[in-house]
Design a protein around this ligand. Structure first.
Ligand code: IVH
Length: 534
């Protein structure tokens, strides 16, 4: 029996609405309805398609839920090869790149589009008459794998393009990636299912995209930015900049950080601008890419072996490096939290030399099974504390031993108690523990608390070790005579310190509350308390 017209219309209406809301949410970042409403419409469409299978179409939003598993991926031949990029590691490489282009093109000044270099996986998506028909991985650049069903589960991938002037055949290229939050959530899910943990977001994105069961891929929060084209029939804009604009109108998500710059100088400025915000981005990038904007100039320049002459990847210093664990110790914090740290053979990573890395907690030590002598990957991103991401057990020397978490505090000998399902270790010594006392005084004096100028960590440690102070209140009875005996404190700085202690007595209530380091009372709560009680 044929499906009635009202049902057919309802299906079309739901599909159109879901496409529209998807576009608003993922491309414009401007949702018009709640997630719950979206889910309700999605559920209704799923229900109708299940009931009337003849209404299923290749661009239905329900495909985002995934399809029954495949036995293997079919090969896809890239009619236009997926090239790689030449790399630049310093400014002189960028100057040379720009000079080569100016000389070949015989022009004074070149306009480039600069974009972040996303650290994910390149994919190629073929749209025929605006409908997504094939999604493929890069593979070796000539032949990739057909991962269409998986690509269709990515919510920011349009299943049907929108807008005007869409070429009949349009192959677009972009990068699939996971955000840091998506990666963490995925690993939490994996852990709770005792599944395999992923080392980094890139790895997790690759594993998710090459998943034979697309219903699993559908549960992974993959994202995409588009940055180029492959095979195209018909006309497309004549600059890369205009192409990215057209992408947006067609519903293809483009990095909001892409920008037009002029000459090598503009490129380097862009590089520095992005390097500064890199640590605040919610996803990994490993550099920036410069592309000649003028498409006719692009074709004139052509390729050298596997990379275009018109583009350059300017890489950031690596945020991950390998080194060797020389020791594993535990540190006692202000609230008694006992944190394991790895002492490392110093290694240059993320722009600084790192010799300590946090191991977070007992569970993390168990997960990594990290041992003294191990070769490990260390990561330092932005201002965050360096951490050990993985252990290369293949390089483990013979006769290593598992690290055993201590039962007693290494500083005061008190018993260590476990909280939070046995994960968080805490020294039960309270203010009997000199480590806790030192840390709470350091916190008291810190810039965002009482802001006591001249009371650095080394001085606090000596004050506690020499029994000159027991707690923060004792600071206010210190005399110049007591202070001059300390290392790093000559006569003048001892006087200055006593003065800044005196000055700190006049402060805001919220700073004082925060400085006390009361459990659950951080900066924000302190502000709220001060505002309320005055
Ligand atoms: S353009 C012909 N733009 O980098 C130009 N690639 O080393 C080919 N990538 O395989 C690529 N962000 O996976 C381009 N904004 C961006 C990129 C980007 C990341 C990756 C891509 C490619 C690799 C080349």
């Amino acid at each position: 029996m044929a499906v009635s017209a009202p049902i057919r219309n309802r299906v079309l209406k739901l599909r159109a609405a879901l496409h529209e809301h998807n576009y608003r949410y993922h491309v414009l970042d401007d949702p018009a309805i709640s997630d719950a409403e979206y889910d309700r419409m999605f559920g209704e469409l799923q229900h109708l398609e299940a009931r009337y299978p003849e209404l299923i179409s290749a661009d239905s939003p329900t495909l985002r839920a995934g399809a029954p598993p495949l036995k293997q991926f079919a090969p896809v031949n890239h009619k236009v090869a997926m090239l790689s990029l030449s790399n630049a590691f310093d400014e002189s490489d960028v100057l040379a790149f720009d000079k080569r282009i100016r000389e070949r093109a015989e022009i004074e000044e070149v306009e480039y589009v600069a974009e972040p270099k996303l650290d994910g996986l390149a994919v190629s998506l073929l749209y025929e008459r605006g409908v997504l028909v094939v999604g493929a991985t890069r593979g070796d650049g000539e032949t990739g794998e057909d991962v269409t069903m998986n690509i269709k589960t990515i919510k920011s991938v349009p299943l049907r393009l929108r807008g005007k002037n869409i070429p009949e055949i349009l192959e677009v290229r972009g990068e699939v990636f996971l955000t840091h939050a998506g990666f963490r959530k995925l690993n939490e899910d994996q852990r709770s299912k005792a599944g395999k943990l992923f080392v980094n977001p890139r790895n997790a994105a690759a594993g998710s995209l090459r998943q034979l069961d697309s219903r699993l891929t559908a549960q992974r929060p993959l994202e995409i930015f588009f940055y180029g084209v492959g095979r195209v029939t018909g006309k497309i804009p004549d600059t890369h900049r205009a192409l990215l604009k057209a992408f947006k109108t067609w519903g293809l998500r483009v990095s909001p950080l892409a920008d037009l710059v002029v000459g090598a100088e503009g490129c380097i400025e862009y590089y520095e601008r992005i390097a500064k915000i890199r640590c605040r981005l919610s996803y990994d990038i490993d550099g920036v890419v410069y592309k000649v904007s003028d498409m006719s100039l692009q074709s004139k320049l052509g390729n050298i072996s596997r990379a275009p002459r018109w583009a350059l990847a300017h890489k950031f210093p690596a945020q991950e490096e390998s080194t060797v664990v020389q020791g594993i110790e535990v540190q006692v914090g202000r609230t008694g939290a006992v944190t394991p740290v790895a002492r490392l053979r110093p290694v240059f990573v993320g722009g600084v030399t790192v010799s300590n890395a946090t191991l977070h907690n007992r569970r993390e030590i168990e997960r990594l099974d990290i041992r003294v002598g191990d070769t490990v990957m260390v990561r330092r991103a932005g201002d965050v504390i360096p951490e050990v991401v993985s252990v290369n057990t293949g390089k483990r020397p013979p006769h290593t031993r598992r690290f055993k978490f201590p039962d007693t505090c290494p500083v005061c000998g008190s018993e260590i108690v476990y909280e939070g399902e046995g994960i968080v270790a805490r020294c039960s010594g309270g203010l009997y523990c000199s480590a806790q006392r030192k840390e709470s005084i350091k916190h008291f004096a810190s810039r965002r608390a009482m802001d006591i100028d001249g009371l650095g960590d080394k001085i606090v440690e000596q004050l506690v070790d020499k029994n000159l102070v027991q707690d923060a209140a004792d600071l206010y009875s210190l005399t110049v005579e007591q202070l001059v005996g300390l290392e790093r404190l000559a006569g003048k700085s001892a006087q200055n310190l006593v003065q800044s202690l005196e000055r700190s007595k006049t402060t805001k209530l919220e700073r004082f509350l925060h400085a006390l380091g009361i459990g659950q009372v951080g900066e924000t709560t302190a502000q709220q308390l001060a505002a309320h009680f005055g």
